[in-house]
Design a protein around this ligand. Sequence first.
Ligand code: NAP
Length: 305
Amino acid sequence: MKAIVVADQAAGTAGMRLAERPKPEAAGNDVLVEVHASGFTPGELTWPSNWTDRLGRDRTPSIPGHELAGVVSALGYGTTGLSVGQRVFGLTDWTRGGTLAEYAAVEARNLAPLPGDVAFTVGASLPISGLTAWQGLFEHGRLQPGQSVLVHGAAGGVGSMVTQLAREAGAHIIGTGRAADRQTALDFGAAEFVDLDNDTLEDVGAVDLVFDVIGGDIGKRSTSLIRAGGTLVTIAGPPEARPVDGLAIDFVVESDRVQLREVVQRVRDGRLRTVIGNVATLDEAVAAFNPTGRVRGKTIIRVRP
Ligand SMILES: NC(=O)c1ccc[n+]([C@@H]2O[C@H](COP(=O)([O-])OP(=O)(O)OC[C@H]3O[C@@H](n4cnc5c(N)ncnc54)[C@H](OP(=O)(O)O)[C@@H]3O)[C@@H](O)[C@H]2O)c1
């Protein structure tokens, strides 16, 4: 099969190439997915899991990309819950061969059915941003209706999902980002916006929940805004400061079939919008992974036309 591979950690994205790789096999509880569309995270080649398996053994040449939408083409021994020919989407294991390929072997529990009226490109754009937003708000942040949420990077991939889901859940959202992101954040459902380059973050007052995708100084300053009993949820690595009387939780997104269903149902009925900025083919994937200019929205690789 055709796949994008990387073999040289020091070379980073410059070492990416299109190659011929053996088609993976579905192990026990796996499905083999014929990939139609694939999503990746721009910084993922810096993650240790891209280069080694769970035991830390070299697994290069490895295939990047951890989001997919496609069609089940085979079932491993003991696999239940999905059928050959079924449309699926989901988030694949960080330490196994990825989705920038014609086929990927994935544990069935990491996938959910993709409804027939949702395009493969849309399905592949949802797993990381949708699940991260869902888990950060509802599992780790325990968001309640009427609470106030400070959403950093509210116009970005994760932040826009956080803003939309929190708004639907009845929260008051203060979005942040660059000056140019103001209208986008408001359109996604933020009631207020803080331009981090020109406004004073501290002016927003007390909030119940901070959802941080930026970290560093912004994350640190945000902790002082958290009300007693509130929470800092961050996906930008271990927090540098913690709220005096509250929780600080950093987490890495996990796949979850029930949550994938919740996310895709909202996309179908218009409650949730994903922003796809560029769609490229697998032949164009190396260039798409290394864009020369800024791409607003998610880049999706359309593996099959
Ligand atoms: N732990 C996890 O499970 C997990 C899951 C998903 C994502 N992540 C990580 O979370 C981060 C965000 O992901 P994403 O997909 O949402 O990225 P994204 O689409 O680039 O969104 C980030 C947004 O924040 C803005 N921003 C960043 N730094 C800023 C600053 N200093 N001042 C003002 N605005 C700033 C960005 O604006 P500009 O583009 O103009 O900088 C962008 O609008 C990435 O580092 C990603 O790897 C972690």
